[in-house]
Write a protein that binds this ligand. Sequence first.
Ligand SMILES: Cc1cc2nc3c(=O)[nH]c(=O)nc-3n(C[C@H](O)[C@H](O)[C@H](O)COP(=O)(O)OP(=O)(O)OC[C@H]3O[C@@H](n4cnc5c(N)ncnc54)[C@H](O)[C@@H]3O)c2cc1C
Length: 452
Amino acid sequence: MITLFEIQRPNADYCITNFYGVILKQQIDHTGSYYAASAHATPARPSLKGDVSTDVCIIGAGFTGLVTGLTLAELGYRVVILEAARVGWGASGRNGGQIINGFSREIDYIEHTVGREGAKALADLALEGGNVIRELAERYSIDCDLKHGSVLAAYTNKQVRDIADTIDMWKQRGRDGIDLLDKNAIRDHVGTDVYAGGWLDHNGGHIHPLNLAQGEAAAAESLDATIYEQTRVTDVDWVRTNPVVHTENGSVTARYVVLAGNAYLGKTVKELYPKILPASTQIIVTETLDDATANALLPTDKCVEDANYVLDYFRLTADKRLLFGGGTVYGGQDVADVEKALRPNMEKLFPFMRGIKVEYGWQGNIALTWSRLPHVGRLGGNTYFAHGYSGHGVTSTHMMGRVLAHAIHGDASAFDIFAGMPARSFPGGQTLSVPLSTLGCWWYSMRDKLGI
Ligand SMILES: Cc1cc2nc3c(=O)[nH]c(=O)nc-3n(C[C@H](O)[C@H](O)[C@H](O)COP(=O)(O)OP(=O)(O)OC[C@H]3O[C@@H](n4cnc5c(N)ncnc54)[C@H](O)[C@@H]3O)c2cc1C
């Protein structure tokens, strides 16, 4: 066939089409992020061609898939990971890099949902994800700019009171290491006078997420796991005892399958589609700052997120740029101009950042669930899934990878608690779920603005 059109840009998709626009070959590269530009060099991996069999086939090479695969490879399983684009291409390689402990809902809500015993077991897992990150970074010497400590920032006195209550709730469940900050104390960490207080979680921190994902992939490969990139899964036959995963150019038959495609899984498995709603969030990164400006912004080099429903989050990168994120678009559409969307928020907090150049802007999709707790379970006997971390997935994915791996290995105690949580579909179906969720989001944002 004659190839007529060839398009290749750095950090963008590579696509060859014929005269009729039919795609003959396509390579999906990382989004044009600061992370892609600053990641350690990693060789591209081959795509799957032909039929293979294995113990465990994992769909998606984000943190969920990688940590599940790595843990199972450590336990001696043969692991194949199928990734539609590149390792870390999804949310895992383009997020704010913030290690936020706990869940996207308060522990008293979780207790109401799963009962006292279940809530205790989950509370015991609240620090697991951060611990797994630090453990893997050390065990496999993953150079991912790991820093310690994260700040939750409150705009209003009501938010400060809520934060104080949450600290008490965690203390009653044996979790320490969180300091309540008043207006003066938060000023030691963040160079703005707008916050009324907040907390400092000594078990939080931040990372270069793409380097972490690539490091975890290399660790899994060092234990004989196989990762295929540019390999989109088109269908999963999960009814069989040994499920079969179909790709564009091959198939994998496995004893167990793990669905870890999160917001990007789309309709690959139609039973899961109504349970999660993709939402895009955006990030900008400035030029490298001089030491005085970097110190004026974040003197203790902690990461920060605020306590609003639609929140801003920011931190310094290892080479002293401000990485600033925010915004939520339900449905996962891209905004037209990321800098235009985020710069006003950045300058409102830090007026001295006017005139500083923004060098990178990108966006990515998180997966929301109706309850804001992860949606976890099994299809048939041997196909597992976990997704829907609802915006706070850097730690939850690392915890969940271990939970999934242990369930496959025979200890499903934690998995069963997650799987037992009710998972409602989004109301309104395909047509109305986005406008209804947008309306709900507007309502909660108004409450934040009014301080109620
Ligand atoms: C811009 C942004 C900022 C964020 N900031 C933070 C933060 O600071 N702290 C925090 O805790 N959380 C943050 N999050 C959320 C966090 O990044 C995610 O919850 C987490 O990375 C999800 O990991 P995952 O492995 O489940 O999914 P992903 O990382 O999205 O990986 C899923 C992978 O599956 C692949 N895939 C999907 N379908 C198929 C298929 N059919 N065939 C083959 N492969 C497939 C995709 O290509 C993708 O690579 C942020 C998210 C975004 C988008």
